[in-house]
Design a protein around this ligand. Structure first.
Ligand SMILES: NC(=O)c1ccc[n+]([C@@H]2O[C@H](COP(=O)([O-])OP(=O)(O)OC[C@H]3O[C@@H](n4cnc5c(N)ncnc54)[C@H](OP(=O)(O)O)[C@@H]3O)[C@@H](O)[C@H]2O)c1
Length: 267
C-alpha cells in the first residue's frame, strides 16, 4: 500500500486505530477520522511516519455534512484509493425496552453514515480510475443475536446495500469488501448504547477474551490484498455463520437460550 491514500473512520479506537498503525508502517498516506479530535491526535502521535497521517474529525451521525467532509479528504492527498468504514456503535439492550430514537441513532451512524461517506467518495474514485470501499460489518450482520436488534439491523443493512452496489460499480474498477468480525478486544462494549441511549460502560467478557485489534487488522489487510468480497474473523462464534445457514431452526432455539442466559445475569 506504499503511497496509496487510505481514509479510515473509527480511527480513534479499536479496529480502526489498529488499521492506522498497520498501514502507517507500510508507507501508506492515511486520513484518520472520528468525532474525537484529541484521540485522533493521540493515534497520529503513536505513528512512526506522522507526515503521512492527517486528522479529519467528523460525525457519522451528521450525514448531511459528510459530502463536504469527502471533498476535504480528497484535498488532503489529492484523491482516495481506499475508504475503510470502521466507525460505529454497538448496543446492549432489549428491543422492547429500547427507545426508537436510540435504534434510529445506531442505524444512522452505522448504516446511513457509512452509506453517505461511501457515496461521497465514489465519484472521485471512479474519476481517478478505481478504488475500494471496505465496511467493517459484524457477524451480527449475518445473524441476529439478543440485545443487538438495532445493531444487527444496521449491519444487515450494510450487506444488502453494499452487495447491490458491488454489482453496479465493478465495471468502474471499484471493489467492495465486507468484513464480519466476531468478538474483538476493543472498547466497543464500553461505548455501546443501552435502552435509553446512555453508554453501557462495561467491558464484556466476550470482548475481553476476543481477538486482539492488531490481529484483526492483519486479517482485514490480508482480505483486502486478496480482493475478498466478504470475510469472517474471530473465534468459535464464527460457527454461527454455518449453524444459521444449515440449521436455522436449531440456531434460532439456541439464540433463545442465549437470551435467557443474558436476562438471568442481568437480574
Ligand atoms: N469489537 C468487536 O467485537 C466488533 C465486532 C464486530 C464488529 N465491530 C465493528 O467494528 C467497528 C469498529 O469498532 P471497534 O470494535 O473498534 O469499537 P470502538 O473501539 O468503540 O471504536 C469505535 C470507533 O467508531 C468511532 N465512532 C463512534 N461513533 C461515531 C460517530 N458518530 N461518528 C464518527 N465516528 C464514530 C469512535 O470514535 P469517536 O468516539 O471519536 O467518534 C471509534 O473510533 C464498528 O463498526 C463495530 O460495529 C466490532
Amino acid at each position: 500500500m506504499k503511497d496509496k491514500v487510505i481514509w479510515i473512520t473509527g480511527a480513534s479506537s479499536g479496529i480502526g486505530e489498529a488499521l492506522v498503525y498497520a498501514y502507517n508502517s507500510s508507507g501508506a498516506k492515511i486520513i484518520i477520522s472520528s468525532r474525537n479530535r484529541d484521540e485522533l491526535l493521540r493515534v497520529k502521535g503513536n505513528c512512526k511516519d506522522q507526515m503521512n497521517v492527517q486528522v479529519l474529525p467528523l460525525d457519522l451521525g451528521d450525514t448531511a455534512a459528510l459530502n463536504n467532509k469527502a471533498r476535504e479528504a480528497e484535498k488532503v492527498f489529492g484523491h482516495i484509493d481506499l475508504l475503510i468504514n470502521s466507525g460505529g456503535i454497538s448496543q446492549r439492550s432489549l428491543a422492547l425496552e429500547t427507545a426508537l430514537n436510540v435504534e434510529q441513532k445506531i442505524m444512522t451512524v452505522n448504516f446511513w453514515g457509512t452509506v453517505a461517506l461511501s457515496k461521497a467518495v465514489l465519484p472521485g474514485m471512479i474519476a481517478y480510475g478505481g478504488g475500494r470501499i471496505v465496511c467493517i460489518s459484524s457477524l451480527t450482520g449475518k445473524f441476529g443475536t439478543p440485545y443487538r436488534s438495532g445493531y444487527a439491523a444496521s449491519k444487515h443493512a450494510l450487506h444488502g446495500y453494499f452487495d447491490s452496489l458491488r454489482s453496479e460499480v465493478f465495471d468502474k474498477n471499484i471493489q467492495i469488501t465486507l468484513i464480519c468480525p466476531g468478538y474483538i478486544k476493543t472498547n466497543i462494549s464500553l461505548n455501546a448504547v443501552t435502552a435509553d441511549g446512555t453508554t453501557h460502560n462495561k467491558m464484556d467478557e466476550n470482548q475481553e477474551n476476543g481477538l486482539s485489534s492488531a490481529n484483526c487488522a492483519k486479517k482485514i489487510i490480508k482480505a483486502i490484498q486478496q480482493n475478498k468480497e466478504e470475510v469472517y474473523m474471530g473465534g468459535k462464534e464464527m460457527k454461527g455463520i454455518l449453524f444459521k445457514r444449515f440449521f436455522p431452526l436449531w440456531f434460532s432455539k439456541y439464540m433463545r437460550t442465549i437470551n435467557l442466559k443474558i436476562q438471568k445475569t442481568k437480574h
